[in-house]
Design a protein around this ligand. Structure first.
Ligand code: SF4
Length: 296
């Protein structure tokens, strides 16, 4: 069978699993082949210092090696973004190097994604940065290219972040907000943060009342144990709380660890466990789900 997007070659599979935040000499912008995006996603790293306000037990950011880059240099970031957009839209990206293994169906630019080595919305001038990136996108990318914010939702209440979300809305924006617990206790066990769970729930609810949100939820084994059934039921209740309060959730992405996590006691769920979880979420909430297993 020839390699396709559903049946990729071993080198394409390696590419899917490689979400290295380095590309050429770039400091802030890195293209990745993303199965979740169904194409190339150009990552924008607003946390080069690798500082995050969560300390998730499954975090896949390598904090052992210290970054040489501590601050965002806006001019350089914008140059790197323009160059990356040119490389993808011209097809040059796929001519050699690791992206030559990209299956033909995935040689498309799906999005610019604000993610990286920490929580992007903690960046002080988040709204200004998003606006500038939107202008670069308008100049250099097809109009349907999305702008995706991958976030833990902890800062949505800040005015600069609210303004940034509105700018995303006007530029094919999608917000992928992390919610992966149903109870306060499990939330603190997984995210290890001083930020209250209720703030995350309130922020997601408020943002989802303005535009539909995608929820991204990572579930895993902790010390060999899958999430307790009562936790998963509580997770479904939190989703229902959001929609009952008028929030719109367009998709619940359920995934598991695919790269080495921060803590060795964290291991992935099996695909069958993720599928069962998706079935539970659909049955309890009526929401759409998508699953991404450990080999994706
Ligand atoms: S929010 Fe993201 S970057 Fe921050 S610790 Fe959790 S997984 Fe890592």
């Amino acid at each position: 069978m020839p390699p396709t997007s559903d049946n990729p070659s071993p080198s394409a599979n390696k590419l899917f699993r490689s979400h290295e935040r380095s590309f050429e000499e770039n400091r802030f912008v890195y293209p990745v082949l993303s199965r979740r995006s169904g194409g190339i996603s150009i990552g924008v790293n607003l946390n080069p210092d690798k500082v995050c306000n969560f300390d998730c037990i499954y975090c896949q950011v390598n904090r052992v090696s210290r970054s040489e880059t501590q601050f965002v240099e806006t001019d350089r970031l914008i140059d790197e973004l323009g160059h990356a957009l040119d490389l993808v839209t011209s097809g040059q990206l796929f001519e050699d190097g690791k992206f030559a293994a990209t299956p033909p169906a995935l040689r498309r630019l799906n999005d610019i994604a604000f993610s990286g080595d920490g929580e992007p919305t903690t960046y002080r001038n988040f709204d200004e940065l998003v606006q500038t990136c939107a202008q670069v996108k308008q100049r250099l990318a097809p109009p349907e290219v999305k702008m995706v914010l991958i976030t833990n939702a902890s800062m949505f209440h800040r005015p600069a972040v609210e303004r940034g979300l509105a700018i995303l809305d006007a530029n094919q924006g999608e917000i992928w907000a992390k919610l992966e617990a149903g109870t306060d206790e499990y939330y603190h066990r997984v995210e290890r943060t001083t930020i209250p769970f209720q703030r995350i729930l309130d922020n997601i609810t408020a943002a989802a009342r303005v535009r539909p949100l995608v929820i991204q939820a990572l579930f895993m084994r902790i010390e060999g144990q899958p999430p307790p059934p009562e936790e998963l039921e509580a997770f479904c209740r939190r989703l229902n709380d959001i929609t009952a309060a008028g929030g719109a959730l367009s998709l619940i992405q359920l995934y598991t660890v695919a790269r080495p996590p921060a803590e060795s006691f964290v291991t992935p769920l099996a695909d069958s466990e993720l599928d069962a979880l998706a079935e539970l979420v659909r049955a309890r909430t009526g929401l759409s789900t998508a699953t991404f297993g450990s080999r994706q």
